[in-house]
Design a protein around this ligand. Structure first.
Ligand code: CMX
Length: 461
């Protein structure tokens, strides 16, 4: 009997796999069917790695690392993406330009569909256009949110930050967690990944409905357009925000949602989701925790801070200001003890390729936008000043330095909403890993902490 047939038969006791159809090749498999094949292979690979190499060191931990936010400590497994300080992110080995070239796009579009990146992150494989189409439909079919969550969002004060509203709504969606319900009924560990997969698919699918509702409530007339069951995820997100008539904005959403998904495992939103998930908190609770981390100004909230700071700069010095005047403004930010938002990174040491591809998008679609031209000027000026300032290890721009200027060009000018868009995308990355966390039986995360007294005792020995 071929291996995949026995796997599907073996898995048929699982409640969400009973409807799995027979398939003859991976190209016609659904995402879940493909996972049924891949999981035992990966489990066996890791078992072997642990047996053969389990006692080998991966590096040393210094006192500076412990006091320095654990930079550089190799202590996490993250399958979907790896970040090279010089080159930037690779999703399952593919750079952003390679993803743009290889991942299926929408009909008539050229940017990769975020559904295809989810497939890539989960399986390590480039999906066929048909597989992506099925996934788009699946997400659209799961997109409705319960009435009580709609009412809850509607009841929140407009003055509550959209990211707080987003996190509250995701936590409330936990009401319908299949993982939590199955755990209460006493599911065996072998089924953890299956329910994590179903919850992850559900919550990702519902995020545009949640984000659209928050946006329309806080900034517009409160009327939320319906999700189109035949449209892709990026198109539907643009639609609920009220921008789907503009084809370029829809393409921007697809690109935006693709590039913000994943940035290996140690960043605050990814690590938090993974950490909270390790307590077997379900995907809703784990994601909500990660979103709360994303809402910090040194992380995802930097995207709102960048546009706010750039607009203040424009208002203070004008769009045609000389380089010298702009330099003075940047120095005044630094001298007042603030960071220049959108520049620097904990791992990267070169321009973020997520910045570069957004710049390419702007050069193609909005080359003469005055704010884009100002952002381009900042690209030429800020790194030199940060280098002269002498503190930051990386003076180059990160992803957040560019996203706001693209959104405002199309009329999405409400900066406080920008991190919600980042959050919709980040869910795709962190939940693809959470599925693997449960498939691989990742244990409760519990590193050792030390007091300063303990450190002194150790180093003085
Ligand atoms: N402007 C001014 N100072 C900066 C700076 C910037 N853009 N970037 C770093 N520094 C400073 C740090 O605040 C730190 O100062 P202290 O020694 O006084 O604490 C010093 O330079 C060394 O920092 P680092 O090791 O280079 O950077 P970290 O790994 O500590 O921090 C980051 C990384 C991103 C938080 C930091 O570069 C920063 O604050 N940038 C601006 C905010 C931002 O754009 N965040 C978004 C990052 C991408 C994302 O997650 O979305």
């Amino acid at each position: 009997m071929p291996r995949f047939v026995s796997l599907i038969k073996a898995s048929s006791a699982r409640p969400f796999l009973t409807g799995s159809r027979f398939y003859s090749s991976p190209a016609s498999a659904t995402l879940k069917e493909r996972l049924v094949q891949l999981i035992p292979e990966k489990q066996a690979e890791i078992k072997q790695i642990k047996a053969e190499h389990g006692s080998k060191p991966l590096g040393t931990v210094t006192v500076d690392m412990v006091y320095g936010g654990m930079r550089g400590i190799k202590g996490l497994i993250w399958e979907g993406s790896v970040l090279d300080p010089e080159e930037g992110i690779r999703f399952r080995g593919l750079s952003i330009p390679e993803c743009q070239a290889k991942l299926p796009a929408a009909e008539g579009g050229s940017e990769p569909l975020p559904e295809s990146l989810f497939w890539l992150l989960v399986t390590g494989e480039v999906p066929t256009p048909e597989q992506v189409r099925v996934l788009s439909k699946d997400w659209a079919s799961r997109s409705a949110i319960p009435k009580f969550v709609e009412d809850l969002i509607d009841s929140l004060p407009k003055t509550l930050h959209p990211m707080s509203q987003f996190s509250i709504a995701v936590t409330a969606l936990q009401h319908d967690s299949k993982f939590a319900q199955a755990y209460q009924k006493g599911m065996p560990k072998t089924q953890y990944w299956d329910y994590t997969f179903e919850d992850s698919m559900d919550v990702i699918a519902k995020l545009p409905s949640v984000a659209g509702r928050i946006y329309q409530n806080v900034f517009k007339n409160g009327k939320v357009p319906n999700i189109n069951p035949d449209a892709d995820y990026g198109h539907n997100l643009a639609h609920v925000l009220g921008f789907s008539e503009n084809k370029d904005f829809v393409e921007l959403m697809r690109l935006y949602l693709t590039i913000h998904t994943d940035h290996e495992g140690g960043n605050v939103s990814a690590h938090t989701t993974h950490l909270v998930g390790s307590a077997l908190s379900d995907p809703y609770l784990s994601l909500a925790a990660g979103l709360n981390g994303l809402a910090g100004p040194l992380h995802g909230l930097a995207n709102q801070e960048v546009l706010r700071w750039t607009l203040k700069l424009r208002d203070a010095v004008g769009v045609n200001a000389s380089d010298e005047t702009i330099k003075d403004y940047i120095w005044s930010t630094l001298k007042s003890g603030q960071v220049v938002p959108g520049f620097g990174h904990a791992v990267l040491r070169k321009t973020d390729p997520r910045y570069s591809c957004q710049r390419e998008f702007a050069l193609k679609h909005l080359p003469s936008d005055p704010m884009f031209q100002l952002v381009s000027k900042l690209y030429n000026i800020v790194p030199g000043i940060l280098t002269e300032h002498g503190k930051t290890k990386n003076p180059w721009p990160n992803v957040d330095a560019h996203s706001g200027v693209l959104l405002q060009h199309y009329g999405l000018v409400e900066q406080d909403f920008y991190t919600v868009l980042f959050g919709v995308s980040r869910a795709i990355g962190v939940l693809s890993q959470l599925i693997w966390d449960r498939a691989l039986g990742m244990p409760l995360e519990r590193p050792k902490s030390l007091s300063t007294q303990d450190i002194l005792k150790i180093v003085k020995k």
